[in-house]
Design a protein around this ligand. Structure first.
Ligand code: ADP
Ligand code: MG
Length: 261
């Protein structure tokens, strides 16, 4: 029986889809059988971010409404044979989705996978409810700013009320330089406010934006600090005790030499 994890945030544009694709790829690279389920119809859908939009034939609503079997709607990722996408419907609105129907489909799918990752839309309306209802666990994604943390706080309360037990925090787009200049919240402060277990800090990394624009999952095609951070999240989900990586930029020049001493 697979683990069902919703990736959610409250606020939009903080990196839910990015985290879903990259943590999914990292789990698949660890040998797990993974499906990422697109529960949002956004600007950068999971299929686009993963470069699979041309391979989409059916979607989750086609399964729910009986037009195809589950196996027909799953799209296999191009590089990792144990990594799959279940696409969102472009034809339906989030209000069309029946929570009970999603629960039922996910409960069948999880029997054939180690992980089912649900990419949630922003907000706390029907789309968020149908993405979180089948989940037993959640990854809350925040960026280091006040509005993102405030919106996450509201979502955490709702998830706890729904009986979701394992809720872990991902801080995305972290930039130590901006934290030092007090233009971003410090990771310790965010953890204090939300009082969740921190499972990963993803640095700001332009390579993420570039790879998504090319339709490639960075964690599959490159090795940057962000990729290592995604991989560490996957390993921590698997119960490994992995130290947090140093996100400070390498010290250069005289100042660096003095600092190292
Ligand atoms: P959401 O799904 O929460 O709306 P996305 O995953 O679509 O957010 O990310 C929003 C934008 O931020 C995208 O353009 C994405 O490439 C970019 N982004 C996400 N995480 C990072 C990061 N760590 N560094 C740089 N850009 C990022
Ligand atoms: Mg998204």
């Amino acid at each position: 029986m697979g683990r069902v994890v919703v990736i959610t945030s409250g606020k939009g544009g903080v990196g839910k889809t990015t985290v879903t694709a990259n943590v999914g790829a990292s789990l698949a690279k660890l040998g797990k059988k993974v499906v990422v389920v697109d529960m949002d119809i956004g600007l950068r859908n999971l299929d686009v971010v993963m470069g699979l939009e041309n391979r989409v034939v059916y979607n989750i609503m086609d399964i729910i409404e009986g037009r195809c079997k589950i196996s027909q709607a799953l799209v296999r990722e191009k590089h990792l044979s144990n990594f799959f996408l279940l696409p969102a419907s472009q034809m339906h609105t989030k209000e069309d989705v029946k929570i009970e129907a999603v629960d039922e489909i996910i409960s069948i799918i999880k029997e054939s996978f180690d992980y089912v990752l649900l990419d949630s839309p922003a907000g706390i309306e029907n789309g968020f409810r149908s993405a979180s209802s089948p989940a037993n666990e959640a990854l809350i994604v925040v960026t280091p700013d006040v509005s993102s943390v405030r919106d996450a706080d509201r979502v955490i309360g709702l998830l706890e009320n729904n009986g979701i037990e394992g809720i872990a925090l991902v801080i995305n787009r972290y930039d130590p330089n901006l934290v030092r200049k007090k233009k971003m919240l410090d990771s310790d402060d965010i953890v204090d406010v939300l009082s969740l277990d921190l499972i990963g800090i993803i640095p700001e990394d332009k390579a993420i934006i570039d790879s998504e624009n090319r339709g490639e999952v960075l964690s599959i095609v490159e090795k940057t600090k962000a990729v290592q951070a995604f991989s560490n999240i996957a390993r921590r989900m698997e119960g490994e005790n992995v130290p947090f990586i140093d996100l400070e930029p390498e010290k250069k020049g005289l100042f660096g030499i003095f600092r190292r001493k």
